[in-house]
Design a binder for this molecule. Structure first.
Ligand SMILES: *[C@@H]1O[C@H](CO)[C@@H](O)[C@H](O)[C@H]1NC(C)=O
Ligand SMILES: *[C@@H]1O[C@H](CO)[C@@H](O)[C@H](O)[C@H]1NC(C)=O
Length: 211
């Protein structure tokens, strides 16, 4: 309990800078008839949008993995230009077929205090044609200050996304009030100095508990 209070207090200073968009997480239109089976194999993150303006890594890739206990997502990247790291979260598949693109991502931390052991974040596929582009969105809401944070991945099957695909990927972001020029292009000069070959915390989500 005590450690939780410390964490919450430590976070509080940053809350104002992290949650900047007013109100609750928007209800988004997602990809219709989403087929998870076609989402396998490597995706390169070519652009992103982080509503707090932070860019913490480059060279991020995303790949689904099947394990006996379910379907997982491996998110690898180079943090701070130095560390090649990856995080693995379990995909929670929606029960209703029409909600197939409204997945959640669950990260488990065995050694964390009880309330911090599992963390769940939305992982919503807004648009994809499976062969070229995918637009994925997540959101975190703070009841305390009634604001939210969003992060958007523009994923590509190749290291470069062609203009037509980019346009299609960005179209699905208009519902969030985002346009192509608001996206940050990710660098693909990927020379990490250090390799961590164990699972680490995801950097995309910075608040472990609802605040
Ligand atoms: C996750 O992906 C990275 C980069 O492709 C790879 O180095 C790492 O071994 C993968 N982790 C797992 C558990 O498959
Ligand atoms: C991303 O890559 C660029 C160009 O290599 C580098 O200048 C920048 O510091 C990197 N950013 C991070 C957060 O690693």
């Amino acid at each position: 309990m005590f450690s939780l209070i410390i964490i919450v207090l430590a976070c509080f200073n940053n809350v104002q800078g992290y949650f900047t968009r007013p109100g609750k997480c928007p209800i988004v239109e997602v990809q219709e008839n989403f087929r998870l089976a076609d989402f396998y194999n490597k995706w390169y993150q070519v652009y992103h949008f982080s509503s707090d303006g932070q860019s913490l890594n480059n060279c991020s890739t995303i790949e689904l993995m099947t394990r006996p206990s379910g379907i997982y997502l491996n998110q690898s990247r180079i943090d701070l230009g130095l560390f090649h790291r990856y995080s693995v979260g379990k995909i929670e598949i929606p029960i209703k077929e029409e909600d197939a693109a409204k997945m959640d991502l669950i990260f488990a931390f065995k050694n964390a205090p009880r309330r911090l052991k599992t963390r769940r974040y939305p992982f919503r596929v807004l648009a994809t044609n499976y062969n070229y582009y995918a637009t994925v969105y997540t959101c975190q809401y703070s009841p305390l200050i009634d604001k939210h944070y969003i992060y958007v991945w523009i994923l590509s099957r190749h290291q470069i996304l062609n203009d037509v695909s980019k346009e299609l990927a960005v179209k699905s972001l208009h519902q969030l009030g985002l346009t192509g020029d608001m996206l940050v292009k990710d660098s693909r000069s990927c020379n990490a100095k250090y390799y961590d070959d164990f699972v680490t915390e995801p950097m995309t989500f910075r608040f472990p508990v609802p605040i």
